[in-house]
Structures are given as C-alpha cells and as structure tokens.
Design a protein around this ligand. Structure first.
Ligand SMILES: Cc1ncc(COP(=O)(O)O)c(C=O)c1O
Length: 451
C-alpha cells in the first residue's frame, strides 16, 4: 500500500524565506508574536534590526543577508562559551548517535546528576528539566507539600521568575490567571529586609517558600541574604534561590557561594549546557527525597517531564562543566563585561551623555545598559535609538551577555559602535527629542497590558 501524500500541505511555503519582509510575515502567521520567546520578538528591537539569525559561531551571528553581528544577546543569556562550540557540540552529537530518549534511566542521566551535585555541596539531589520556569514551579510545589502552606513570597523587583501562573499573575500581563492563584504570591523587594519581614508579619504561618535571585547587577546589601535566611528558619519556610541566570556565570558553585548563604532549594539553567535545553532543580536531600520512592510521606509529583533526560543536552552539560573546569570562563566573562562597562562610561563621557547612557554594574559578567531620556527617566524611545545605531554598525545588544569566545575584534567593533551611538545620542539630546533620529517606532516592554 502506498503512502498517501496530503495535497493540502503547500510545499512551496517550506522554502527558506527570501527577505526580511517574507520572514516576518511567515513568522507572525505561524507563531503568536512571531517568536517562541517574547523577549526575542519584533517589538523588542528597532525596525531595521535583522528579522532573524541564520547561524552563529563564537561571539557572532549572521542574518538572512549574510551580514555578521557581534552578538551580545547570546541566546537569552544561555550561551556562555560561544555559539557552535565544537567540543560541546561533538559531545552532544556523540550522544545523539546512541539514541536521545529511552524509557528507562540512562548512565548519562546519573553521571550528569552526580557531576552537577559535585558543584553544589549543600545540595543533595537534583532533577533535570527543560526550562527554568518548571524548575521553580516544582520547587514551589515541594515547599508547599513540605510545609503544608500555600503562600509564595517572591522578589517583586525581579524582572522574571517563571512563565507559570504564580509569577505571570503578578505582572500586568495577567490575562488568563485567576485571582485565586495570583493572590497566593506575596511581594517583597530585593535588598529591603524590612519588606521581607513585613511579608512574614502580614501572613503568619502561611509562607511556604521565599523565592529570589541572589543578585543581578547589584550585590545583595550587607546582611540582606542572611536576614532572609534567618527569617525563613524562624518561620519554618523554605528558601529557593533562582540561579537560572547567575549559576555558572557569577561563580561555578552558584552566585550564593560568593555570599556564604545557602538555600534549601535552587534552580539552575541558562549557562549550564551552552545553550542546549537543560535546567535543574537541586535541593537538600531531606526535602528532595519527598519527590522520590524511599519514604512513607504523601508523594510529591516533583519534576517529571518527557524531555528532561534528553541525552544530547545531558552530554552537552557534562562537556560544558568540563570546559568551565579547564578554562577560566568566569574570569573571561567578567573581564570582557568590565571592558564594556568602561567603554560605555568613557564614550558617554566623551559625548557628554554620561547622565543618560550607562552600563554600570557591580558584576563585570553582567553589564546593565540603561538609556535615559532628557528628564533622566529610563526610556524605551532612547533605548531604541541606541540599539538602532549599534545595529547599523554590526553590533547586536538587546542586553549584554559576554561569552568566553568574544574576542578583541568583537570588543573593538562594539566599543566603536558604542562611541558612534553616543555621538548620535548627544545630537538627539541637543535637538531635545529622539523622534527625528528614529527609523521606526520605539521598542516596547515585554510586560505590558496592550499591544
Ligand atoms: C531569573 C530567571 N528565572 C527563571 C526564568 C525562566 O526560565 P525559562 O525561560 O527557562 O523557563 C528566567 C528566564 O529568563 C529567568 O531569567
């Protein structure tokens, strides 16, 4: 019997797009928002940004027309060695050749778990997943099961913690999330111990877990993490450090190792497999065992996904950790980032816009660009101008994620582009308005109520 070909599939549509316009139309026809992550969408970049990237190598990406860009996006902060790093890819390919999915656990799965646990001595067990949102949400379920409580105290100044209802329900894009869910998330503010104390005082005996990133561009204030830890201990609450971004980038043993405060549970992800899809929830053994088969308490359905044990990503992770152990990746990220921070500062000073343009950060590995309007407020329109001018000079900086493979040529091109962008910025400042300088509409925040 011959296989019937479905004539409704128009094979002509499956060819490579001819130009940016066709790419954008097809992307938006097929995918809500035109991209599978909102932060990679068209509304996040100036109109003449490349519509897509077709390949990458090291610290560069190429667009449809073969133009190369120094890439400071590096995925979404998840490619910390460099694009298409041979050693990592070969490890993944070798695993692929032996099959990627099995219906019993594999030696690679156990080896990867053991490797990861070696890096985080306070953590006794680990479960792998495919995204950080799942890891954080699994941690919350575990904390609720262990404490018998329902509330989550979360850092309301965190840009992002999960795609799941407990976090999205707290943002302005909360359509589809019942109040009954969002009301279970109670806010506090990073580096404000009084706000954590107040959350505990408002909800005595009800907070199951406190969720926060250890640091972003600022260090935790002296005593802040210690206070959070103490309050959790006093109130019988679990502490979850979201190290999805910070793990591996700030320190191989997690950013929390820099500040000597240990969590009960932690999530890691972005940097651990050089862009291959892998995340993990780690935790103290006594807690994580509740997700296992060796106890008599009610079972916790902890983190159980079809693709969590995908062999290629696990092999990539083992190779990535090995690479971190053999090369000073973290030192390189910090020094590259510091060059950018300094470059921003000197170019902005040279052109007299240092009150408006900066990438200041207390951590070299995480420069934090800020673009302000003449009234001194962070501004999407002025951000658009800067991105437009740097893109025109072959530099893509939706944010600044240094990778190990960014070299002097990448940095030099970037510093030149920053200098030129500051010059245009200064002209627009003199004109008192950005409008005449923009080629299209300003970019928009991801978290907004309306399009
Ligand atoms: C700090 C932090 N936590 C959690 C997440 C969610 O991770 P994922 O996108 O893999 O679900 C992100 C994603 O950007 C993040 O930055």
């Amino acid at each position: 019997m011959s296989t019937r070909i479905d004539r409704t599939v128009d094979v002509r549509r499956l060819t490579a797009p001819r130009d940016d316009e066709e790419f954008r139309r097809r992307a938006h026809d097929a995918i809500p928002g035109g991209a599978h992550t909102y932060s990679r969408g068209d509304d996040q970049l100036p109109i003449d940004a490349p519509s897509c990237f077709t390949r990458g190598k090291g610290g560069r990406c190429w667009d449809l027309h073969g133009r190369d860009f120094v890439d400071w996006g590096m995925g979404i902060n998840n490619v910390l060695i460099g694009h298409a790093e041979d050693e990592i890819d070969e490890a993944a390919i070798a695993a692929i050749r032996n099959g990627v999915a099995f219906s019993r656990p594999t030696p690679l799965e156990v080896e990867a778990a053991e490797k990861l646990l070696c890096l985080f001595p306070g953590m006794g067990m680990v479960k792998f997943g495919k995204n950080g949102s799942d890891a954080n949400t699994a941690a919350i379920r575990l904390a609720r099961a262990i404490t018998g409580r329902d509330l989550i105290a979360y850092d309301a100044s965190a840009p992002f913690l999960s795609i799941h209802d407990w976090f999205i329900g707290t943002t302005v894009v909360n359509a589809g999330v019942p109040d009954a869910i969002s009301s279970l998330s109670v806010p506090f503010t990073f580096n404000d111990p009084a706000s954590v104390e107040a959350a505990f005082a408002r909800h005595p005996g009800r907070i199951a877990v406190v969720v926060l990133e250890v640091c972003r561009d600022r260090k935790p204030a002296a005593g802040f993490l210690e206070t959070v830890r103490r309050l959790c201990d006093e109130h019988g609450t679990l502490l979850l450090f979201d190290e999805i971004i910070t793990g591996f980038r700030y320190a191989l043993h997690g950013a929390h190792s820099l500040f000597n405060v240990a969590p009960d549970l932690m999530s890691v992800g972005k940097a651990m497999a050089n862009g291959y899809a892998l995340t993990a929830l780690l935790g103290r053994r006594d807690y994580m065992e509740r997700g296992g088969l060796r106890h008599h308490e009610p079972r916790v359905f902890l983190l159980s996904t079809t693709n969590g044990p995908e062999q290629s990503a696990l092999a990539a992770m083992i190779a990535t950790v090995q690479f971190y152990c053999e090369h000073d990746v973290i030192g390189r990220l910090a020094s590259t980032g510091q060059r950018l921070i300094n470059g921003f500062a000197s170019a902005a000073r040279r052109h007299g816009v240092d009150r408006f343009v900066s990438a200041d950060s207390e951590f070299g590995c995480r420069p934090a660009p800020v673009f302000r309007s003449p009234d001194g407020q962070p501004s999407m329109a002025w951000r658009t101008l800067f991105l437009q001018e740097t893109l025109r000079r072959g530099v893509f900086l939706p944010w600044l994620c240094p990778c190990y493979r960014h070299d002097m040529a990448d940095i030099d091109r970037t510093l030149d582009a920053i200098d030129a962008a500051c010059a245009v910025y200064a002209k627009a400042m003199d004109a008192g308005s950005v409008e005449r300088f923009l080629g299209g509409p300003p970019v928009k925040p991801v978290f907004r109520k309306w399009n």
